[in-house]
Design a protein around this ligand. Sequence first.
Ligand code: PHE
Length: 371
Amino acid sequence: MPYTVPKLTDFSAAALDTAAKELVSALDLESSAVTSENDWKAYRDRWMGRKAGVLTQLNDLWLKIAPREAKREVGQNVNEIKGKVEQTVEATLARIQSGAASSRLLAERVDVTLPGIRRPIGAEHPVIKTMNEIVGVFRNLGYSVEEGPEVETDYYNFEALNFPPNHPARDTQDTLFIAGQDKKPLRDRLLLRTHTSPVQIRTMQKTKPPVRVVCPGKVHRNDAPDATHSPIFHQVEGLAVDTNITFCDLKGTLDHAMKALFGSNVKTRFYPSFFPFTEPSADVQISCIFCDGKGTRDGAPCRNCKASGWIELLGCGMVDPNVYGFVDYDPAKVSGFAFGMGVERIAILKYGVDDIQLFFNGDVRFLEQFG
Ligand code: PHE
């Protein structure tokens, strides 16, 4: 039964005392049932509500009707009870608030002894790393860096590089053509650049000699992927044009670059070759870094250089005078050299990678080794 305020009839000290005790024990009992803020509001209003709260009823049912001689005594009692009610209501609120705080603390507890979350920092991709290294070697020689589009026109990829239309030299490039270009003039048709050499033309078109640039970038060829081929790979192109540039300059530059990339022990060899946009042209070979150029390793023929002692690494040559005709350079006044190297090929040799596909598969176990 919930407590109701009795209407006093007996105003003796003993009766008052009993009634007060009954009230206070109800106050305490109800306080202990309060477990939430809403409970507490109801509790507060039941005891202290201005209209119908227990304290208001005490005024009506005890004080107002007390005979004059008992008024003082009853008044004192009611005052005491009032203090007690206010105190208990306040303490009840404090109790549930501290309960809520501690249960929140409990819920939000952080175990600082648990191991932290380790966020792995990425590593530079080995192809980018190698490309930056190659570019760095030439930057140190005073070269600047140029880039060009991956989707190129026939003109820049072939024609201005002295590949005439229908010339069989185009067949060496396994070109991926963009579809639906047949209505355009041949030179405007789009394709995926097969080498970074078009950037040579773009650079010479916008800069007067002297030029010294390296052009890193992605190139595409219609090759089926296997351990040594990928339809996407990277090249770094080089071009130096000035007065009196000779094949000696080309040899010295590339010999230095190969030593910078593979160590000062490597030797270079220039082997006659052909590219439409260089004349003469050469393939550069370096002494095999696996057998030190001996051709044999541990008494067996070296597999990396097919026992030759040499590894073919890049193409180069003196810029063909015909190319100058496409960019308004005077072949009677300037001369220059160009070279182009495959980045994956160099990375494969530097890091001893046995399958070019590893660069493109995105396997973190491979990639994280280059951090
Ligand atoms: N562009 C040639 C290739 O990709 C390489 C090259 C560049 C050769 C510059 C000579 C001069 O095969």
